[in-house]
Design a protein around this ligand. Structure first.
Ligand code: GTP
Length: 453
């Protein structure tokens, strides 16, 4: 028994849930009660003789020493909080009540483990921050970064990835990937873990001592890394759209060892994944609606409204830069006959093929739009000379002359009448240019051959 504490006193200090400690003028423990083992992880006999400051988390050492000096100067402190590193390396949050005993030349302190309440507080704040970010953030990359920040404040996170499934091809891609260990070295394993979580449709946790439960392919990839992973599917009511993947600990030799993610960590990540999945779904819906409002459903080309925006922007830019813009007005010849002779779906296929053909004749930066049934327009920017637009017109004529399969083994040929207007030669604004191009198109119409062959 410790000579500093008499037998009857020790018999009840050992029953206390809080720990009682005595520290000498040199800052070494001279007495610790039994609860210390539960709180700090060291046996009583191991702890006695250790320097108190060595157990304090490095970030809290300076202010702990300042608090100890003030207690020794005769100012008792009943609510000092700091963090200690337990024997197993985990962090414990302590609230101290301490005073200096001049007679014994000892600091006498009672330590309460407040780790659980600290975590609950942090969790509550994080959950609030997560749901606020999910509702307020306008763009998804910013949301992913914010979620990474919030989760990183609660869990050990060396790398954080949002892996999404591209619906039509089922290909997985990184919507977000931040890796503290350097370049995207863990990308391959992150994708494998995402695939596994998606296959199981439930969270997956991997730690060095649980790897034997993994599939052989995953085991081969994960074993050399000696890291801890957690992968949680991103589920919307309609589908599983991807997964969140977190890593802690070593990826390379010398990397920090990890403890493994806990049930509580998984619960938090499940909450985050629900929020992210909802936000992604909302964003995808918004962008689909936005696309639909600006594009033609059949050909997926810009519609009249987006064409007006693009033409107005091109004219404004040309005005500023003393540049030129060409506008091509394209109307198919005798297209009505296609519908009448071969049916509406053949007409639809022909319109889709025409959209592809015209698009293949211009540069990425130019605009091809469908502004009516069989009416298309092209905005050519940065045309150095009028002859350049005439060349594009000839290319379009050639492209449209190619045979088009419209189903049921039927092949059609089509042609179009094309009128060109140039800014600034034929008009200073959109209305004048459109009128000029339309009239130019009609002027060529009567010479046009029949549409369908
Ligand atoms: N299949 C299909 N047909 C459409 C669509 N939108 C409009 N049309 C048809 O396109 C045809 C356009 O007819 P017109 O404007 O007379 O054009 P045209 O037959 O090419 O006549 P000209 O321009 O004088 O050579 C009409 O029959 C419309 O019903 C569509 O989305 N799909």
């Amino acid at each position: 028994m410790n000579p500093l504490v008499s037998a009857p006193v020790a018999s009840f200090t050992d029953l206390l849930l809080d720990a009682v400690c005595m520290v000498d003028v040199n800052g070494r423990f001279v007495f610790v009660s039994a609860a210390c083992e539960r709180i700090f992880g060291y046996r009583q006999d191991e702890m006695v003789g250790m320097a108190m400051i060595d157990l304090v988390a490095p970030a809290d050492r300076e202010r702990t020493l300042a608090a100890a000096r003030s207690i020794m100067d005769g100012q008792p402190n009943s609510r000092f909080e700091n963090r200690y590193v337990r024997k197993d390396g985990s962090i414990v949050h302590i609230m101290w009540s301490a005073r200096w005993s001049e007679a014994d030349q000892l600091r006498i302190a009672v330590a309460r483990d407040i780790t659980a309440s600290k975590r609950a507080e942090a969790m509550q704040a994080a959950l609030y921050a997560i749901s606020e970010a999910a509702h307020a953030t306008e763009d998804l990359p910013a949301l992913y970064q914010r979620m990474h920040q919030i989760v990183g404040g609660l869990l050990p996170v060396q790398s954080f990835a949002v892996v999404l499934r591209d619906a039509p091809d089922d290909v997985l891609y990184f919507a977000y990937h931040a890796n503290a260990s350097g370049p995207e070295s863990d990308a391959r394993l992150a994708v494998l873990l995402c695939e596994e979580a998606l296959r199981r449709n439930m969270p997956l946790r991997v730690a060095p001592d649980t790897m034997s439960t993994l599939s052989p392919a995953l085991l081969v990839a994960a074993a050399p890394e000696q890291a801890c992973w957690m992968s949680v599917p991103l589920c919307t009511p309609q589908a599983t759209i991807g997964a969140l993947v977190l890593r802690d600990g070593a990826m390379f030799e010398g990397g920090a060892a990890c403890q493994g993610y806990t049930d509580q960590d998984q619960e938090l990540l499940l909450f985050v994944s629900t929020q992210i999945a909802t936000a992604i779904q909302r964003k995808q819906l918004e962008s689909r609606l936005h696309f639909m409002a600006q594009h033609d459903d059949l050909t997926r080309l810009p519609n009249r409204s987006l064409f007006h925006d693009r033409l107005a922007t091109a004219i404004a830019r040309a005005q500023r830069q003393q540049g030129r813009v060409a506008l091509l007005f394209i109307d198919l010849n005798k297209f009505k006959l296609v519908n009448d002779l071969y049916g509406h779906s053949a007409g639809d296929r022909l319109l889709q093929a025409v959209a592809r053909s015209i698009s293949s004749c211009v540069r990425e930066a130019d605009t091809v739009a469908r502004i009516g049934g069989d009416e298309f327009v092209v905005v050519l920017e940065h045309v150095a000379r009028p002859e350049s637009a005439a060349l594009v017109k000839e290319k379009i004529h050639l492209a449209l002359a190619a045979p088009v399969h419209v189903g049921e083994g039927r092949t059609l040929h089509t042609s179009a009448s094309i009128g060109i207007a140039h800014y600034p030669d034929h008009g200073a604004d959109m209305t004048q240019l459109l009128r000029y191009a339309d009239q130019a198109m009609y002027a060529t119409k009567h010479q046009a051959p029949d549409a369908v062959a």
